[in-house]
Ligand binder design. Structure first.
Ligand SMILES: Cc1cc2nc3c(=O)[nH]c(=O)nc-3n(C[C@H](O)[C@H](O)[C@H](O)COP(=O)(O)O)c2cc1C
Length: 330
């Protein structure tokens, strides 16, 4: 069909660089033949106590599909998919049947190298705002299901959002099931990180391993007013000056919408990566219902499903990924 010796393996290896919450990488692929494969959600890699609706995992699956299609296009291939209602009932749940064919025209949305260049950056922003014309370009990225990017750049609102993020983190970390699940994805030992190749590696969190470990284990300190005030100041100091927050709103809380939202998110993230603009999502501002309500009221925006700090940073460290042999199943 194509000059590629093993097309699925090649595409999966490149799409494995896709972002997912907690770097959980919930995707598995069964190759049927050169043109057909099946994509599954791996329940072991879902986050039922943080992502209680499953929509963020479905969003990640949407991201992975979008990456596969975009990378296939760089090889002159077209990826089509038949989607199934996402489920977490079984260990592996069929998400889509995928088909590869020769593309009629060259229409790759992004160069192949950009997929591995895109990274989350939790490093402090350098002192440079994102130009208005770029922000406007990001805001007009098209999406069939009407997602909308809004940008917050005023210092008072940014300060309020940071405070809300820290207070929400303190509340969430004092919620037993939430904390236990989060712990499973914390990687503070460099050897364990390199071996497991998933999860939140301290190296990528802009935290020393001991800081990340304390943050995950000494959550009860957040309840002590003087200490929590100190921790808030320390976090703010570590994050540095924030010029912009991005806020994505639109339909999200059902499986079809979440998948389409994932496809949109990858497009937006890739456009930003092309311009060296980095993002750092703040998931708990939307997974925590009270925080989301407060945010929607403050910003006057409905249906917010993702909030992120955005701007220029130094080159962030790259996080590990599962080996392609762990993604492909028999
Ligand atoms: C839907 C979604 C939500 C995310 N939420 C957070 C978050 O709350 N905090 C955070 O630090 N990173 C968040 N991330 C970033 C992931 O942790 C990151 O993509 C993953 O660790 C892989 O790293 P990379 O993006 O540098 O390749 C999120 C990513 C996605 C796709």
């Amino acid at each position: 069909m194509n000059h590629l010796k093993n097309p699925w393996r090649t595409l999966i290896e490149a799409a494995a660089t896709s972002p997912s919450p907690h770097n959980a990488q919930p995707w598995k692929v069964r190759i049927i033949d050169e043109t057909q494969s099946e994509l599954f959600i791996d329940r072991k890699r879902a986050l039922p106590d943080e992502d209680t609706t499953g929509c963020f995992m479905i969003c990640a699956m949407g991201i992975f599909c979008e990456a596969l299609a975009g990378i296939a296009a760089t090889y002159g291939l077209e990826l089509s998919a038949e989607y199934f209602e996402p489920s977490f009932d079984n260990e592996l749940n069929l998400f889509a049947k995928l088909n590869l064919s020769k593309a009629n025209e060259a229409n790759a949305p992004f160069p192949r190298e950009l997929y591995s260049k895109r990274k989350t950056s939790r490093l402090p922003n350098v002192k440079k705002s994102v130009a208005d014309n770029l922000l406007n370009r990001f805001k007009t990225i098209k999406c069939a299901t009407g997602q909308q990017l809004s940008v917050v750049s005023d210092a008072e609102t940014i300060h309020w959002m940071m405070n809300l993020n820290l207070e929400t983190t303190f509340i969430d970390m004092n919620n037993g099931p939430y904390r236990k699940e989060f712990h499973n994805w914390v990687r503070t030992n460099p050897r364990e990180s390199a071996e497991r190749r998933d999860g939140l590696d301290a190296r990528c969190m802009n935290l020393r391993p001991i800081e990340f470990w304390m943050n995950a284990n000494f959550y009860w300190m957040y309840r002590i007013p003087v200490i929590s005030t100190f921790i808030k100041h320390w976090y703010r100091f570590r994050m540095g000056h924030i010029q912009h927050f991005g806020v994505i709103s639109g339909s999200f809380w059902d499986s079809q919408s979440a998948m389409a939202a994932g496809k949109y998110l990858l497009k937006l993230w890739m456009e930003m990566a092309r311009e060296d603009v980095h993002i750092h999502p703040f998931g708990n501002l939307v997974t925590n219902r009270e925080a989301r309500n407060a945010l929607e009221k403050k910003l006057g925006i409905e249906n917010i499903w993702l909030v992120f700090r955005m701007g220029y940073t130094k080159e962030p460290p790259g996080s590990y990924r599962l080996d392609v042999s762990e993604i492909i199943i028999d």
